[in-house]
Design a protein around this ligand. Structure first.
Ligand SMILES: [Zn+2]
Length: 384
């Protein structure tokens, strides 16, 4: 592939129900994707507790700034050389923002450098590595773009910043406020989640709104969880299927940000509200907030993936993950895919990869359990 600069055109503000962003080349959409959804920060920002509302508002303001900043920025694509052998080793660089907001900040650990004294730096480094490894070992993918894209991350972003995001070029981690949220490098699946937004950007390029946006979010949760499971060598029955376990402060009533096994049960706290995720279509949430509920309705495809993985047993990245990866990267899925389109494609992918057996049946059953049709409506169970 030739070096090709590309520019970002963001078409709406963060408050708009159509907030999304598009990239003009490489068919990639660098969505500005934060791990903490706006409904959680809104709840904090409207709290009667002054300190809490300040924390929520400050993070919302930083997020809005970063979104706007992207509208004005030209992103340079990673150079790669046609026909070159892509390395099986990651190229990681960690930067320290030193509690400021200029990106990327000061370089503090390169690929060949020893461990830092700063464990946040080391966790970011390890998380980037674990993500690179899952994609390479399980699916033969070389980094986010499959061309060996260098992986950059900035830690200690801003002050009391309660979020982490992929900005289309790099990872950014806040330290959290220490009470509601802890250091955002703590959960490895959060790192995997954000980097997977990059993979989606370079492949299916799912539009970050409504059902295609919820699928985009769900892809990040699915592969974020698989990155954690792979790094811990956990089977489907021993994995926690949580996103962001270890991120909530000790006094918060909750286990994590989301649960793939039981959507809607991850937290229930006076300061954060209750986890709003549905696990099936009969609880589908229609909203203009959060880009049409992308962090909410993602519970439905998340739960479908969990059901497939649980049914098949063993390592979830081997079969369930392979089927989802085949659809994500196969080129058939449309950028505005609905849940039903995605479901049909997973049924086809299961059959193409593993035949008519157990995996195919597990995928059909899982979508049926969450209320997403896999029939094309003409009497055939499978799309043609
Ligand atoms: Zn996300």
């Amino acid at each position: 592939m030739i070096f090709r600069p590309f520019s970002v055109i963001i078409v709406a503000s963060s408050d708009s129900p159509v907030a999304t962003c598009h990239i003009a080349a490489m068919d990639a959409t660098p969505t500005f994707c934060t791990i903490i959804p706006p409904h959680v920060l809104d709840k904090m920002a409207t709290s009667e507790d002054r300190a809490l509302s300040d924390l929520g508002r400050r993070t919302l303001e930083r997020d809005a700034y970063e979104r706007t900043h992207r509208r004005l920025t030209t992103v340079i694509g990673a150079p790669s050389i046609a026909g070159a052998i892509v390395s099986d080793q990651p190229k990681r660089t960690i930067f320290d923002a030193k509690h400021q907001t200029a990106l990327p900040g000061r370089k503090c650990r390169g690929e060949a450098d020893k461990d830092s004294k700063d464990q946040t730096v080391n966790r970011a480094h390890a998380g980037l590595g674990a993500t690179f490894e899952l994609y390479l070992k399980a699916y033969g993918r070389h980094s986010i773009d499959d061309q060996g894209l260098p992986l950059n991350a900035t830690v200690h972003y801003s002050q009391g910043y309660n979020n982490a995001f992929w900005n289309g070029e790099q990872m950014v981690f806040g330290d959290g406020d220490g009470e509601i949220f802890l250091d955002f490098t703590l959960p490895i699946d959060v790192i995997g989640h954000e980097l997977t937004h990059g993979v989606t950007q370079y492949t299916a390029n799912l539009t970050y709104f409504g059902q295609s946006g919820a699928l985009n979010e769900s892809m990040s949760d699915v592969f974020g969880s698989l990155i954690k499971q792979y790094s811990l060598q956990q089977t489907a029955d021993t994995a926690d299927w949580l996103i962001g376990a270890g991120l909530l402060g000790p006094n918060i009533h909750g286990d994590a940000l989301r649960s793939m096994r039981a959507p809607g049960t991850a937290y229930d706290d006076p300061q954060l509200g209750k986890d709003p995720q549905p696990g099936s279509m009969d609880q589908y949430v229609t909203t203009g907030r959060d880009n049409g509920g992308v962090h909410i309705n993602s519970g439905i495809p998340n739960h479908a993936f969990y059901l497939v993985a649980e049914s098949l047993g063993g390592y979830a990245w081997e079969k369930a993950g392979q089927i989802w990866y085949d659809v994500l990267t196969g080129g058939e899925i449309s950028t505005k895919a609905t849940f039903a389109e995605f479901a049909r494609l997973t049924v086809s992918a299961a059959q193409a990869r593993f035949g008519e057996g157990e995996a195919h049946q597990a995928v059909l059953k899982a979508w049926s359990q969450v209320g997403v049709p896999t029939s094309t409506g003409n009497g055939a169970d499978l799309p043609r």
